[in-house]
Design a protein around this ligand. Structure first.
Ligand SMILES: CCC[C@@H](CC(=O)O)C(=O)C(=O)O
Ligand SMILES: [Zn+2]
Length: 307
């Protein structure tokens, strides 16, 4: 991943989240202490024979796309394909080490898992998780996603609309994080696009003619290893790379709904402005019903006259 900026701020290490919606790498939480022994063989033996969603990419990049929005963009070409298979089949493909084929298992933990995994899951440090939830007034936990990636896989820059405690179990991941106020440097796709919430900029080959503000981007960097938990605040952009040379990565996310906005305080923060932009864009798309001309319509709106 080419250096896009001179100096990234290093994500601080703490024992807990702070209430300031800032990213921190939490050490010593043992949030997933009961899963520290998870490795491919153990998971093969105990995950059971449920089906797991496995994504494939020819580039090693796994840019998420919303299948429900594909009809909105007839020319859209999905950058990845996915199929459901048993964990055992996934591991046997992984071990074939076919370099042209990058694969990444991403599956919510559900009740198809075997009793040992269920016991490990129940043994997570839920007190710690719920303490962070209460302290930050987050909404309820919505899902735990199991991630098993080949070394070298990349999840390109995007933001999520939930709070995330990202627990690293095996291997190392390099995170680049960007405050929501970097929105204008990251050029998200339109909301109706399948790549909604994803940056249009390829960090390896940034097209600075098309995306000039990308050169002004300033962000944070952190490497998470086994037992680390990274707090990724909602609306913070992040790009994630499974570092080469440390074997496959195993991670588990804890996604929480956003904290309810009790009293709006002005000036609005950057995350609130992203939420407002999304609501306005959705309203225009629903009313205009002409995705192709939305950019022109919105440009006309802000320029005050048709160009
Ligand atoms: C599907 C989720 C992928 C993950 C990044 C990564 O570990 O590759 C992420 O973006 C997140 O946890 O929010
Ligand atoms: Zn994410």
């Amino acid at each position: 991943m080419r250096r896009y900026q001179e100096k990234a701020t290093i994500i601080p290490k703490r024992l807990e989240t702070s209430q300031s919606q800032q990213p921190v790498i939490i050490t010593g939480s043992d949030l997933v202490g009961s899963a520290y022994h998870w490795n491919l063989d153990y998971l093969c033996a105990h995950l059971g024979y449920g089906l797991y969603t496995v994504y494939s990419s020819t580039s090693g990049k796994f840019k998420y796309y919303d299948e429900k929005k594909v009809p909105n963009v007839p020319s859209f070409k999905p950058p990845t394909s996915h199929t459901d298979m048993t964990f055992q089949d996934f591991v046997s493909i992984l071990r074939q080490k076919n370099d042209s084929k990058w694969i990444y298992l991403q599956q919510p933990l559900n009740d198809t898992v075997g009793p040992r995994i269920e016991m490990d899951f129940k043994g997570f440090n839920w007190d710690f998780a719920y303490r962070q939830m209460k302290k930050n007034r987050w909404g309820p936990l919505t899902s735990n996603l199991l991630l098993v990636g080949m070394e070298g896989v990349i999840t390109p820059a995007h933001y999520d609309e939930q709070e995330n405690l990202f627990a690293q179990i095996q291997g190392y991941k390099r995170f680049l994080l960007f405050h929501p106020d970097q929105f204008e440097c990251l050029y998200p796709y339109p909301i109706f696009h399948p790549h909604d919430r994803q940056s249009q900029v390829d960090f390896d080959e940034p097209d600075l003619k098309k995306f000039p503000l990308f050169s002004k981007l300033k962000g944070y960097e952190g490497i998470v290893g086994p037992k680390d938990v990274l707090y990724i605040p909602m609306y913070w952009w992040h790009q994630v790379e499974s570092l080469q040379g440390h074997g496959e990565t195993i991670s588990c996310t804890f996604w929480f709904k956003a904290a309810p906005t009790e009293k709006v305080v002005y000036p609005l923060n950057a995350g609130q402005k992203v939420a407002i932009m999304r609501n306005i864009e959705k309203m225009i798309a629903d009313t205009l019903k002409d995705n192709k001309n939305m950019p022109h319509f919105m440009k006309t709106m802000v320029q005050g006259s048709a160009d």
